[in-house]
Design a protein around this ligand. Structure first.
Ligand code: 6PG
Length: 468
């Protein structure tokens, strides 16, 4: 008996992914050096005709039908290289390795070149949706060798999430496109998470909403235009009781957010490309500020904070819904703008409508908004920025006023809403035909003879600013 699909790394994601493959009538064989993980999969998988595993590498390799299709779900970084090197001596030309982790895109390009020399196909595929997604249907973002992708395509289409019957997986583009798209997905994820938490802060501190009211509010939003996985789980989080004491769990969780790096990489790379993504940048910075808990406690004692001005609960909730919708749009717009530019810069050949389409279900940033985003890019595949799409003008125009009201209210009340205010500022700057950066050009020319261009005459100019 030979198995259709191999998977290395039987942590929660790997185990769930294999079981998902088997549910969809493909047979899958797993490998992990940790015998306990192998046993756990066999125990859960039950039917060994469809699911089997071994901690012995040779047994694993021999169990797979050729060309072998081996997916890695191991932690990004060195481990991926170690696993690849351990596989190589046992593989045949034409075998396929898929890295399903959050690998840094340049690592994928390096591994691709390395394996190509050996006649082994390699591609990176972002997998989103957490443990449940892996089990029930993730969104999958494969990129790289297009021919090799065709070989695994039927399996990926079967296991992926479905949006109205359409699989949430598609070929993303050449080279490391799959990992790059997943990286930006995570950057957007950071932005949306920051925004939902700021709005929670406002509703709680200024509106005095209880956890049960917060649950109701986010649930209600989730049945409207804000419908999204992150709003849905936020509503759910507020209902969780503390199993180690009284009250609700949310109030006992330490306010220091960890990160594994994908959001930071998105920001760093956006800077390299020269594409502004301030809603994502600030989400990374806020995780960093959150980590400075001890300093925050000291500083809190040194400064006075204004008491939030009285505000009607219903009014605040309405403003919050509109502002959150506005800022969600801005965050997607920034991430997609980055993808548009990166696709050109790195020669990926991404189709933005396809990316938006496979994010409509399965992934962490899935949201009703993604159906509209898909349409906007279908209408105009050359769209430079979502804010330029006619469909989005009305959505943004009708909600931006609430973002303004809420940002100014939060500023007066001393409640930090950096995601919201960065989104608003980005919008105001991006939609300004004239910015004051003419002054920066004058300053640069003044102190460094860096030259400037003019609005009215073509050419490069320099002025002797300092008169004797
Ligand atoms: C997904 C997620 C996932 C990511 C976590 C944790 O799409 O399923 O993006 O891949 O690893 O969200 O990320 P941080 O630890 O950086 O918050």
């Amino acid at each position: 008996k030979k198995y259709d699909f191999g998977l290395v790394g039987l942590g929660v994601m790997g185990r769930n992914f294999i079981l998902n493959v088997a549910d969809n009538n493909f047979s899958a064989f797993g490998h992990d050096l940790d015998q306990e993980k192998v046993d756990a999969l066999i125990e859960e998988g039950g039917n060994t005709e469809k699911v089997n595993a071994s901690s012995d590498l040779k047994t694993f390799i021999d169990a797979l039908s050729t060309p072998r299709k081996i997916m890695l779900l191991v932690p990004a970084g060195k481990v991926v290289d170690i696993v690849i090197d351990s596989l190589i001596p046992h593989l045949d030309k034409g075998d396929i390795i898929v890295d399903g982790g959050n690998s840094f895109y340049t690592d994928t390009d390096r591994r691709d070149a390395y394996l190509e020399e050996k006649g082994i196909h390699f591609f990176g595929a972002g997998v989103s949706g957490g443990a449940k997604g892996a089990r029930k249907g993730p969104s999958i973002m494969p990129g790289g060798d297009a021919e090799a992708y065709k070989v695994v395509q039927p399996i990926f289409e079967a296991v992926s999430a479905k949006y109205k019957g359409e699989p949430c997986v598609a070929y993303m583009g050449k080279k490391s496109a799959g990992n790059y798209v997943k990286m930006v997905h995570n950057g957007i994820e950071y932005g949306l998470m920051q925004l939902t938490s700021e709005i929670y802060d406002l509703l709680k501190k200024a509106g005095g909403l209880t956890n049960s009211e917060l649950h109701n509010t986010y649930s209600e939003w989730n049945s409207g235009r804000l419908q999204s996985f992150l709003v849905e789980i936020t509503a759910d989080i507020f209902t969780e009781k503390d199993d180690k004491g009284d009250g609700d769990l949310i109030d006992k969780i330490l306010d220091k957010a960890k990160q594994k790096g994908t959001g930071k990489w998105t920001s760093q790379n956006a800077m390299d490309l020269g594409i502004p993504v301030p809603s994502i940048d600030i989400a990374v910075s806020m995780r960093e500020i959150s980590a400075l808990k001890d300093e925050r406690i000291l500083a809190d004692e040194l400064y006075n904070r204004p008491t939030p001005e009285a505000i009607d609960k219903a009014e605040l909730t309405k403003l919050a819904e509109e502002a959150l919708y506005f800022a969600f749009i801005i965050t997607y717009a920034q991430g997609l703008h980055q993808l548009t530019d990166a696709s050109k810069e790195y020669g990926y050949g991404c189709d933005l409508a396809v990316i938006a389409k496979i994010w409509r279900a399965g992934c962490i940033i899935r949201a009703a908004l993604l159906a509209d985003i898909t349409e906007a890019y279908n209408d105009n595949p050359e769209l430079k920025n979502l804010l330029l799409a006619p469909k989005f003008v009305e959505k943004v125009q009708s909600t931006v006023a609430s973002a303004r009201t809420l940002v100014s209210y939060a500023a007066k009340s001393g409640i930090p809403v950096p995601g919201l205010s960065n989104s608003l500022t980005y919008f105001d700057a991006y939609t300004s035909s004239r910015l004051p950066l003419n002054l920066i050009q004058a300053q640069r020319d003044y102190f460094g003879s860096h030259t400037y261009e003019r609005l009215d005459i073509e050419g490069i100019f320099h002025t002797e600013w300092e008169k004797e």
